[in-house]
Ligand binder design. Structure first.
Ligand SMILES: [Fe+2]
Ligand SMILES: [Fe+2]
Length: 173
């Protein structure tokens, strides 16, 4: 079984971490996109704090930045990473699950954006926490399966670095 196929087999299991296989550089999909996850999570955390402090206007503004940033992340995955992962692994099960979760994440973001039109603090906090939970579960699957699976399948540093450069370019748009 190839390393990507093995990772597919493990999909959904929370007991496997990253593997590294003789890389010469630390430019990896895992490092690039995990960092983006953490930065995006921190913004949502700040949105929640502003709502809790009774500052819905500032929270709404920051949520707008958060949404743009997360949309870009999701697009980079859907347009660049997932098609490549499917090609490398000859398997679309994990990416189909991720696409379904992206749809749910987009729906939750739309609900929060609507909530800011007529802010009800309790409902907003509940919706934000629901999104934070969905993101936590989703990100963990990507970080344990899709990202390391792609890194492991791209054995040439140059190939991996080119992919990371494309992802970074998309995230910076
Ligand atoms: Fe994702
Ligand atoms: Fe992600």
């Amino acid at each position: 079984m190839s390393s990507v196929a093995a990772k597919n087999h493990e999909f959904g299991c929370a007991c496997h971490g990253n593997t590294t296989t003789g890389r010469q550089t630390d430019v990896t999909v895992s490092a690039c996109l995990e960092r983006d996850h953490h930065e995006i999570d921190a913004i949502l955390n700040d949105v929640e704090s502003l709502v809790r402090r009774g500052e819905p206007s500032a929270a709404a503004q920051l949520f707008g930045s958060f949404r743009t940033r997360l949309q870009r992340h999701i697009e980079a995955e859907e347009e660049i990473l997932f098609p490549l992962y499917e090609q490398l692994s000859d398997h679309d099960g994990p990416t189909r699950v991720m696409l379904g979760e992206h749809a749910e994440i987009r729906r939750l973001m739309a609900t929060i954006a609507e909530g800011f039109q007529r802010p009800d603090i309790t409902q907003l906090l509940e919706a934000i926490r629901k999104l934070a939970r969905a993101l936590s579960v989703h990100n963990m699957k990507e970080e344990r399966v899709l990202y390391p699976g792609t890194d492991d399948a791209l054995s040439l540093d140059a190939e991996r670095e080119a992919l990371v450069a494309r992802l970074r370019e998309h995230l910076a748009q």
